[in-house]
Design a protein around this ligand. Structure first.
Ligand SMILES: [Zn+2]
Length: 340
């Protein structure tokens, strides 16, 4: 099946920028019923979470891209929410990619913010290199976005270097901990559990959909990130994250991009991934991550993905494709295709 994919990368990048201009807030309940407020700062191709506990103290999870102007917009987003950047007791960078660690040095220098990061990504932090050449593209989105993603950023040394042991966040005023895992996205992937909220960096991402000729987040479903340094470990980590979530009665999981998602959505994704992989093999130009299962049972699967179509004389536009597959004599066949 021949697909028309986006005509050029500039268009994709601008589409991504177009939909990432939202700041939203989520209020969550802590285990002891104390209120934890979580603010999702989505700003210029990157995202961060600001977490507020019972005191004035704040925790920032990820710091955004090192692009000129973003430092100001991160700080103004924090101020607009009514908080002072000086009150960030700790900023945790979930891993050493530039769209997560990009402004760590800026925060250290300007607000004396303490930064926590994994020892396993120390080379990235101290060289200020994303080292994307170490990652493989795990979906067509990786290939499309690779040239924009290998960001260099101001080098820094974390104030708290996370090794193999969990770090208790009590000292920063939070009921929670930093959990280092054997990283698949990068070697230094960190998880952060605060109350019954689990932050997972780029262990996976939330989904987006085609809307009004562009892309819009529909961030409540799980999909694989576009890049991983060790895809096998990244796959295993989905099950580890699910276990940590279930053990700690976590209902909401926060991937840094396009989240949050519910724990049950992660369980659903883990269960459906083998079928996604199988069906994606039937379509030569699409990978698993470009599909999402809408519904499935033993004999029927309904899948969706985004496609750019170009009619003669017109601009290419993004459409949402729905395909229905049916199992016949043991193998899956597409029986219906709809374009919205
Ligand atoms: Zn990353």
């Amino acid at each position: 099946m021949k697909k028309t994919i986006y005509p050029n990368h500039t268009r994709i990048f601008s589409l991504l920028l177009w939909f990432l201009f939202i700041t939203s807030s989520i209020t969550a309940q802590n285990k002891d019923n104390s209120k934890v407020e979580i603010f999702h700062i989505q700003n210029y191709f990157t995202e961060a979470y600001l977490v507020k506990g019972n005191s004035e103290k704040l925790i920032l999870i990820d710091t955004g891209v090192p692009v000129a102007g973003y430092q100001d917009s991160l700080i103004s987003a924090i101020k607009k929410l009514g908080f002072k950047p000086e009150n960030i007791a700790l900023a945790i960078v979930t891993h050493g990619h530039g769209d997560h660690a990009g402004n760590a040095r800026f925060l250290q220098q300007n607000f004396k913010t303490k930064i926590a990061g994994s020892k396993a990504d120390l080379n990235k932090f101290t060289s200020g290199k994303t080292e994307l050449s170490k990652s493989e593209d795990v979906s067509i989105w990786g290939t499309r976005l690779r040239q924009y993603s290998d960001l260099d950023y101001p080098a820094f040394t974390p104030d708290i270097i996370v090794e193999n042991a969990n770090i208790d966040l009590k000292k920063y005023g939070f009921d929670g901990k930093i959990i280092p895992i054997k990283g698949g996205h990068t070697p230094g992937d960190l998880l952060i559990l605060i109350g019954d909220n689990l932050f997972v960096g780029d262990a996976f991402v939330g989904t987006f959909k085609a809307q009004g000729g562009g892309l819009a987040p529909d961030g409540h479903h799980v999909r694989e990130h576009f890049y991983h340094e060790n895809r096998q470990l990244a796959d295993q980590n989905l099950k580890l994250i699910e276990k940590i979530a279930l053990d700690n009665k976590v209902k909401t999981i926060y991937p840094t991009h396009n989240g949050p998602v519910s724990t049950s959505e992660l369980t659903k994704y883990i269960k459906e991934e083998p079928l996604l992989r199988l069906l994606s093999q039937q379509n030569e130009s699409l990978n698993t991550e470009d599909f999402r299962i809408v519904s499935s049972d033993e004999n029927t699967a309904v899948l969706t993905y985004i496609e750019a179509i170009k009619l003669e004389g017109k601009e290419a536009k993004n459409v949402f494709i729905t395909e229905t597959y049916s199992k016949e004599k043991g193998s899956w066949k597409m029986v219906k295709k709809e374009v919205n």
